[in-house]
Write a protein of this length. Sequence first.
Length: 195
Amino acid sequence: MAAPELVLSRETAELAPVATVREIAADRTFTEGEAYALVADGVARETASKVADIERLTAEKAALETEKSVLQGQLDVAVVAREKAETDLTSFQATVVAEKEIAACKDARIAKVREVAAHLKDDFFTEARVDAWARKTEDDFAAYVAELAALSEGIPAPVGTESRETASTHMAGDPVGDKPTGNAFYTDFLGEGSN
């Protein structure tokens, strides 16, 4: 059986895309071999075009993966920085709250010490000592005040500045003042300690 023939002008056959060969094949007749050659040429051109597209897209994909890797690294650094900032903020807020509580209880603790040891001069109430009192727990401060009250027992309260100085001098010569207690509080009571 004879192969079907396509008719197409030579110029049209050389310039036309493969898909249009059948549509314009009216004035040229192709042998089976020529038809296969035209189709093979079209397939080769399309394959080359697709291979070029694949290579281009592969290169773009590699570039995007590299960019993604860089961005992921930056994101990881940013997440760590954010977590550190949140931790620092929480710590700072806790410190601020603690410092406010300490500042708020300073006056109350000074008043309590003055109440149990009215003979102490104003220079006994140094900033460092008052700060140390404020930082003590309630139990530790209560024990401190109790010991201070026991040591202050019998020492008269001053009427004015002179009386305070006299009371301080009296305290230094008082048998209670000379009594060793083996306690760090004792030196604080005499004004030599800072806590």
